[in-house]
Design a protein around this ligand. Structure first.
Ligand SMILES: [Ca+2]
Length: 271
């Protein structure tokens, strides 16, 4: 009787373990793809995630507060009220942040040319004077990466092989107003025939042609991380970088979301 009882207890423990083990969702999506988070269940890293095929990023937390703050999906970023967004927590100094979200592209959809559209907003109180934030981290296949990086000295860089950048388009001129801004990136991978283009709020700010990504084999998107590490924020505690209305196209520019998130610029230009 005692043996049977123990077996039942062990079976129950195994069953409970399976129930609480985080479900990471389908790890690969096909293109085109989009996600406005609005129909996703509120989520904090460690909980089951079933949202647009996204997976949790690293198990990092922002240690600028106790307890640490982990990656979330909720409605705190949609001030004024409709819908949810991704909440990426960032602390002061170097690389104190929550883990971001991962998007894996199914092999059948991997491509050498794509457009990525996202809305981004820095929470009130988020401050930085120097350094950078890696807004999108795109893997081109081992070991190549390209990063869309906002520089607090008022630039945006697209790294990976020949870098491309704009000035007067970073923190001081655009993102320090703590409002939603809409960014679209066009990447065509290649060795000498590549392209890097970027629009902010519908205005083209980077137009770089004949780009060499460094190796002709880096010609497809494998996955990208939405929200990665950064350098030298100066605020105290943890402040959020919000992402919303993400979309990826392989056939042409996407343009602004049909209904921009609350707080987005009202005079968005369309191409
Ligand atoms: Ca949303």
């Amino acid at each position: 009787m005692k043996k049977i009882h123990m077996k039942r207890i062990l079976t129950a423990i195994v069953f409970m373990s399976l129930c609480i083990y985080p479900f990471t969702g389908d790890a690969a999506v096909t293109l085109p793809w989009s996600c406005d988070f609005d129909s996703c269940v509120d989520w904090t890293y460690g909980q089951p995630l079933n949202c647009c095929g996204l997976s949790p990023g690293g198990q990092w937390g922002c240690d600028g507060e106790t307890p640490a703050k982990y990656e979330q999906i909720n409605s705190t970023g949609a001030l004024g009220g409709s819908g949810k967004s991704q909440v990426h927590w960032v602390g002061a100094g170097d690389d104190d942040n929550s883990g971001g979200l991962l998007l894996d592209i199914a092999p059948s959809s991997q491509t050498n040319e794509l457009w990525i559209r996202y809305y981004i907003k820095y929470q009130d109180g988020y401050e930085a004077n120097t350094g950078y934030s890696k807004d999108l981290y795109i893997n081109l296949g081992y070991p190549g990466t390209t990063i869309v990086s906002m520089m607090f000295a008022d630039q945006i860089y697209i790294t990976g092989g020949d870098s491309a950048s704009c000035s007067g388009c970073g923190w001081a001129s655009v993102f320090s107003d703590h409002q939603w801004h809409y960014v679209e990136v066009h990447l065509k991978f290649g060795a000498g025939d590549g392209v890097k283009e970027l629009w902010i709020d519908g205005v083209k700010r980077i137009n770089a042609q004949n780009i060499n990504y460094g190796n002709s084999s880096y010609r497809f998107i494998q996955f990208h991380r939405i929200g990665s590490n950064q350098g030298m924020p100066t605020h105290s505690g943890c402040k959020a970088r919000f992402y919303d209305s993400l979309a990826i196209s392989t056939t042409g520019p996407i343009g602004p979301a049909g209904g921009p998130p609350p707080g987005a610029p009202q005079n968005i230009l369309t191409d």
